[in-house]
Design a protein around this ligand. Structure first.
Ligand code: DQA
Length: 146
């Protein structure tokens, strides 16, 4: 059975109350429960991890080598700053889908740059919590082809 890591970065623990006009009212726990159920329907298992710390996210990517076949990554603001996260994905070669709730390309210019995009299989953004479903389905389809 395919094993997926759903990895959420800084400030995503505040979903539900954080800037609801941008990120909606769904909480991270609700998103994580949805991810587990969608992964199960797609014939995979999902483990959900969130951290506000760049190093902890890198450790989670390294640990995923032994445990998971693919990653759905919402790196939050580290998307736009972290060469180290980009290197972690490039170094482990774990197939990764980049995910954002908001459409980062329609927002401030500093959000248009993603360090994750060049090392990801693809990017999904702008669909709110439903993006996690799209990302899981895309990742499972990708991994099933491999
Ligand atoms: C985000 C977009 C990022 O620009 C922002 O820093 C976040 C959330 C999103 O899911 O839309 O923290 O990744």
């Amino acid at each position: 059975m395919l094993s997926l890591l759903i990895l959420n970065g800084p400030n995503l623990n505040l979903l539900g109350t954080r800037q609801p006009k941008v990120y909606g009212k769904t909480t991270l726990s609700e998103i994580e429960a949805m991810c587990v159920s969608i992964a199960t329907k797609a014939g995979a298992s999902a483990t959900c991890v969130q951290s506000n710390h760049e190093g902890a996210l890198i450790d989670a990517i390294h640990d995923a080598r032994a445990k998971h076949d693919g990653i759905v990554l919402n790196a939050g603001a580290y998307t736009h700053t972290s060469v180290a996260l980009m290197d972690a994905i490039a170094s482990t070669q774990i197939p990764t889908v980049e995910l954002h709730l908001s459409n980062i390309h329609a927002r401030e210019e500093f959000r248009h740059k993603s360090y994750i995009a060049p090392v990801a299989i693809g990017q999904i953004c702008g669909f709110g919590p439903d993006g996690y479903r799209l990302a899981i389905e895309a990742l499972v389809a990708h991994l099933s082809k491999a």
